[in-house]
Design a protein around this ligand. Structure first.
Ligand code: CA
Length: 246
């Protein structure tokens, strides 16, 4: 499919008359940081300690849900236990400790280039993540100085994690943008689903084990192999995405 056809498809299924991208809603884990391998390892350790069978791959599939949603679901299906909010919070604290014990997750190669390309084209950058991991959120200003504005959505702001569109709808709201003014950068199927449901132009990046076809199936408009490939494509992509005014 050509880029023109991709854009035509987007306009058709959203019912939008035009596209006028002026903000990018950007996911954190697996997009800005190569942190998913640590998260999945920490999740498996938490589950095994509680006698719940699981594989790391499952947690790549669940990426985007809030920590407490994952805990409640896995304890219910894996051990028949109903977990209260307080218990979920405590268990998430344990998972966070395991995550930290694995060391600092590296910055994703190409992430800075993507943010700089967006800034060069006057596209506002808004962080939208289900993460409640404050240490990672605090690192962002240090690792990407001046590349994010005040507007951001974290796991502390949302009631429903991805695939619910709430995180992206909140991001749009905070940036005072409409769906056809926002593109989303996501690596996880549930994140892509959420962005698609919010009506944003959705870009997937396959930075983990999830194949390209799964991101398209979840509703991605475009999928790139990694953040470097996206950074290289952005200048011409942003021109194309700003040419269809309503
Ligand atoms: Ca992610």
């Amino acid at each position: 499919m050509t880029l023109q056809q991709t854009i035509a498809e987007y306009l058709k299924y959203t019912g939008q008359k035009g596209l006028d991208i002026s903000a990018a809603l950007i996911d954190c884990d697996g997009v800005l940081y190569d942190s998913m391998k640590y998260h999945t390892q920490a999740w498996v350790k938490l589950m095994k300690k509680n006698g719940i069978k699981c594989t790391r791959d499952e947690f790549y599939e669940l990426e985007g849900m809030t920590g407490s949603e994952i805990i409640k679901m896995k304890f219910k299906t894996g051990a028949g236990k109903n977990i209260t909010d307080d218990e979920a919070k405590a268990l998430y604290g344990v998972k966070t400790r395991y995550f930290h014990e694995l060391g600092e997750a590296p910055v994703m190669p190409g992430a800075k280039r993507v943010l700089e390309a967006l800034k060069d084209h006057n596209i506002e950058r808004v962080l939208v993540t289900g993460s409640q991991q404050d240490s990672l959120l605090e690192r962002i200003e240090k690792d990407f100085p001046g590349l994010f504005g005040e507007a951001k959505v974290t796991g502390h702001d949302v009631r429903k994690g991805k695939p619910n569109p709430e995180p992206f709808l909140k991001g749009m709201n905070k940036a005072e943008k409409k769906a056809n003014q926002c593109l989303v950068i996501e690596n996880a199927p549930l994140g892509v689903q959420a962005a698609h449901a919010a009506g944003c132009f959705t870009i997937g990046v396959t930075t983990g084990p999830i194949p390209e076809k799964d991101l398209y199936k979840a509703g991605a408009d475009l999928v790139y192999k990694n953040m470097d490939e996206l950074a290289a494509a952005l200048p011409s992509l942003l021109v194309a995405l700003s040419m269809i005014k309503a």
